[in-house]
Design a protein around this ligand. Structure first.
Ligand code: FAD
Length: 398
């Protein structure tokens, strides 16, 4: 395993770092406070990210993408999240489709990739979660009684989707959705779910409530409502009943990218806390020189270094390890999100009273860092899946 980044990887990392400092950071705090989601949605930043190639980073170069692998996306994702987690998530969600291109019919792929790469506001969303099916689809079991409310049935050579989703990142702003729907109730969840590519303009697809979140506020989440939303057979990804395979690929590549976003938020907390601790004088010296504060800074640095190493190892394994050990992604996401949350908490303490003041940066970072404890699967459920994999012997301890 090689930890030395290539010249291209360094260039992407530098591009994203510069973009976060120059474009995202100056705009993020004010947008975060905007109550109206339509005004809060950072379209100007999305367009600028398109202009420099970050929005379409992992897509094939022949379509106008950057051809980046998972590790390179992790490098960019960490930098973007230092600027703002919500903005990083807007792009990260749009990168996910790149992981399942091999599963798409060639014509469909060609049509959508051209649009995705060319349209500066083109975002995508992955829609699985429903009010009745949250952790259950992320579960470590395959219970036949778990019934997705969202179902699809064949009608005159097309598929009609009915049901609803919620909490979907990019829900109200995406141009294209990957939708998991139940197509066979007689089979277990693993074999009865199908993945569809659903364009925004599909008749019968509507955006429901837009959720107001405490963190990641530059990323919009919403319900999606399907009422006889019809798509063509070719919009079925990989084949009927194959959603588990698609989901496997999405999760394998998506987990290190999500974990990289967490490292970025934690780093933002660390960098701000460190700067504050160097400047703020109490007890006759900068507080960084007080051992209690120094120990917190050290713990933040240790956690972040470990989390980043874990993300990189996981990103490497996605492309090289055969068979891929899925627990790596779950463990990396758990560790990185909890590290980010600890960094925000310790950063808050280092800021003293200013830690909870809205004029100081830490309260936003605390809100942002809390979001990944629950998204991309709750950490509790990911722990159970990890433990179950070891208990069943599908992965070995070393
Ligand atoms: C900011 C954000 C963005 C998201 N974006 C998306 C998205 O783009 N697409 C998408 O499809 N989903 C998305 N989600 C959903 C997310 O991935 C989670 O899987 C989902 O929120 C968890 O389901 P739930 O909220 O219904 O919690 P529940 O399943 O109700 O869980 C509640 C609690 O019970 C625990 N629990 C549940 N089941 C078990 C069990 N069997 N054993 C032990 N403990 C259990 C959980 O760990 C948790 O602590 C997003 C969520 C958030 C918060």
């Amino acid at each position: 395993m090689e930890f030395t980044l290539t010249e291209e990887q360094r260039a992407v990392q530098e591009l994203a770092r510069d973009f976060a400092r120059r474009e995202i950071e100056p705009a993020a705090a004010e947008l975060d406070r905007e109550p109206d989601w339509k005004k809060r949605m950072p379209w100007a930043l999305v367009e600028k990210a398109s202009a420099v190639g970050l929005r379409q980073l992992p897509y094939p170069e022949e379509y106008g993408g950057g051809g980046a692998d998972v590790l390179t996306c992790c490098l960019a994702g960490e930098e973007l999240a230092v600027g703002d987690l919500g903005m990083a998530v807007n792009l990260d969600q749009t990168w996910k489709l790149a992981h399942i291109l091999d599963h798409m019919a060639p014509q469909l792929k060609d049509h959508w990739l051209r649009r995705l790469c060319a349209e500066p506001r083109f975002l995508t969303a992955i829609s699985i979660t429903e009010p009745g099916v949250g952790s259950d689809h992320q579960g470590y079991y395959d219970d036949p009684s778990i019934a997705f409310y969202t179902r699809a049935e064949r009608r005159n050579g097309r598929w009609a989707i009915n049901g609803m989703k919620h909490y979907i990142s990019n829900g109200p702003v995406a141009s294209l959705y990957v939708v998991g729907a139940r197509t066979d109730m007689s089979k277990k969840l693993r074999d009865g779910l199908t993945g569809f590519l659903v364009p925004r303009e599909t008749a019968g697809l509507a955006v429901g409530k837009v959720h107001e979140k405490i963190g990641q506020r530059l990323s919009m989440n919403s319900e999606l409502l399907f009422k006889d939303a019809e798509v063509n057979e070719e919009n079925v990804i990989l084949g009927a009943g194959k959603f588990w395979e698609i989901r496997g690929r999405l999760l394998a590549c998506g987990k290190p990218e999500a974990a990289a976003n967490c490292v970025g938020v934690g780093r933002a907390a660390f960098e701000r806390a460190l700067a504050h601790a160097r400047e703020r004088v109490q007890g006759g010296k900068p507080i960084a020189e007080h051992q209690a504060v120094a120990a917190m800074l050290a713990d933040m640095a240790i956690g972040l270094d470990l989390a980043r190493s874990f993300v990189w190892r996981c990103a490497w394994a996605v492309n090289h390890q055969k068979p891929y050990d899925f627990t790596l992604g779950w463990k990396a996401k758990i560790f990185a999100s909890e590290t980010a949350f600890n960094c925000a908490r310790w950063g808050m303490e280092i800021f003293g009273g200013a830690g909870i003041m809205q004029e100081a940066p830490m309260e936003k970072l605390m809100r942002d860092a809390s979001t990944f404890l629950h998204s991309d699967g709750t950490n509790q459920v990911l722990r159970l899946r990890t433990a179950s994999a070891y208990a069943q012997g599908t992965v070995s301890a070393f």
